[in-house]
Design a protein around this ligand. Sequence first.
Ligand code: UDX
Length: 455
Amino acid sequence: MENPSKACRIILFPLPLQGHINPMIQLANILHSRGFTISIIHTQFHSPDPSKYPHFTFHLIPDGLSEDQASIHEILRVLHLLNTDCIGPARECLRKLLSTHDDIACIITDAMMYCSKDVVENLGIPRIVFRTSSICSFLAFATLPLLQEKGYYSNNNLDSRREDPVPELPPLRVKDIPSVQRPDPKHALKIIRNMVEGTKMASGLIFNTFQDLEEPNLANLYDHFRMPTFLIGPFHKFFSAASSSLLTQDRGSISWLDTQKPHSVLYVSFGSLAAMDENSAREVTWGLANSKQPFLWVVRPGLVQGSEWLEWLPNEFMEVTSQRGYIVKWAPQQEVLSHPAVGGFWTHSGWNSVLESICEGAPMICSSFFGDQTLNSRYVNDAWKLGIKLENELKREEIESAIRKIMLDREGQEIRERLLCLKEKIDVSLKTDGFSSQYLNALSDLISSFRSAGL
Ligand code: UDX
């Protein structure tokens, strides 16, 4: 009998940012391995390289972003522009595809490309939303209108309540609520509301997460989003994210790790978007230096505001750490985390990084800069107990103490043991009858059913 998925084409519509492109390309590979044909509608901005994926077809749409507007440092503006300027071109592209292909089953779009609900309007194509972050952070976003009603955004005494719990969303504290500290949170709130409302209108919801980690959040999720939901992660256990890296991964980091002792190195990376001022960067350097632990540090150009790359680094730091520190612009992160020399990960708590760390059993030190990172880091620290959250502004003494706890103390060892248990659960989940595999089967069935029902 013909495999029904063989007859089906899925259109993917990613958000063109590193932390979103990686899991969308991984999802494309997962679905392709299930027999689906994959077409990707993509922007010029952060365009994928089609030559790396001869098994997919690519359809470029103009995004209207100028070089200047495309600065990833103004992420809210980029999100707004993409969601405004892409509607027409994406709709036209999709309309053409629908008129030339009779095998299209559905479109899968990033939740942050909320304009997709307008793109598909009246075209009669089912839309599945893929949220690239955790369920716990998505729930916090979905609860924002309630939190707004309860006054979390208008209270003048917010500073004095920062440490208070948010009873509506344990274990969150007031200071964890996204955008609450901004002088004018309206713009961010509008984008979040669009994402949440756009998702509520979808025919299905995909997460790159796994049941054993986020089960306690599922009932609450179904209250907000009444639709078939699929927890099919961690994606990188199926396919690596290396091929979709927008920056060149420096393989010197692996050769350097090869010279280090097992579990001795702290890997430090703050992802593709985070930026810090020079004062904070100096606290990071001295925290690393004073901890006396070997480290591999990804200093992405642009990480330190106003700098080209490393010109702000004190010479003294270079001298003190030359024997035990290695700095690169961008690393093959998954390979780094699975290297035997790595004993811990100081992360910005982006969801891909958290998942990759969990899968490789690396205890985390969690910083956070914006959006879901604050929420993910709270869950890592308080709910899952898989790392230590740096609660306040970056200070060298706190950094040094957290590094020592993770790399040398009993606390780090206990976290490593918890991670080992979770790793085993992930392996079971990916087996034929495990949770992630079952969700993937159900997702394949849903997509195939769209096709058999006809568009
Ligand atoms: C962004 C947001 O910051 C994050 O909060 C959200 O969850 C997803 O979108 P980003 O900052 O890039 O993502 O962080 P993250 O989600 O961790 O994704 C980074 C990806 O880049 C990971 O897949 C990681 O493996 C990869 N990476 C990172 C590298 O390949 N090399 C590096 O040196 C650093």
